[in-house]
Write a protein that binds this ligand. Structure first.
Ligand SMILES: Cc1cc2nc3c(=O)[nH]c(=O)nc-3n(C[C@H](O)[C@H](O)[C@H](O)COP(=O)(O)O)c2cc1C
Length: 167
């Protein structure tokens, strides 16, 4: 089983989540940061996981562009989708929904919201100001949902057998 994890990150949180996924998934796992390679080939992989982070309600443009380009080649893959973000509940679910094209949601084996981090050391002046004003947070905080990562991996690893009912 060969897995490709394609991602975009702004301040590094998504990259740390991707590294966690890489450790947990079985088989061979390759990771690609879309900033370094905007249009990687998915041809040699059985599973393709796509993720990014939400800023001002949107996932990175690079992720959207990759999804459009890769869509025709993803039909026979096991697809997993995720976002890192700080909102929870209905807002987070809406952000996840808007992050990926409908066709990709339809074909996804699983989707997840992994939480996120506010890292003030990595933000510029404007970002710091926005986060203080909108999220009312003034210190770095990490809210990565490791249980959601566990559940995502468990679902990606699950294989369907037509003879399951005999066991
Ligand atoms: C300027 C800024 C805007 C953000 N906007 C949103 C947002 O609209 N919705 C949300 O849920 N999280 C928002 N976040 C939180 C990020 O999604 C969170 O910091 C995430 O962990 C970033 O991941 P990254 O380091 O991989 O880019 C924002 C963070 C910053 C710094």
């Amino acid at each position: 089983m060969r897995t490709l994890i394609v991602f975009a990150t702004t301040h590094g949180c998504t990259e740390s989540v991707v590294n966690e996924l890489k450790e947990m998934l079985s088989g061979e796992v390759e990771t690609i940061n879309l900033k370094k390679d905007p249009n990687p080939s998915v041809a040699d992989f059985d599973r393709v996981i796509i993720g990014g982070s939400i800023h001002a309600g949107q996932i990175q443009r690079r992720v959207k562009d990759f999804c459009q380009m890769a869509l025709p080649a993803l039909g026979d893959k096991q697809v997993g989708l995720f976002v890192c973000c700080m909102y929870e509940g209905a807002v987070a679910r809406e952000q996840l929904q808007n992050a990926f094209p409908e066709e990709l949601h339809q074909m996804a084996k699983t989707e997840a919201i992994f939480g996120g981090e506010f890292d003030f050391r990595k933000m510029n002046f404007v970002e710091r100001m926005l986060v203080k004003k909108i999220a009312h947070v003034s210190e770095s905080v990490s809210r990565i949902d490791h249980k959601a990562i566990d559940r995502f991996v468990a679902k990606m690893e699950k294989t369907f057998s037509p003879f399951m009912f005999l066991i």
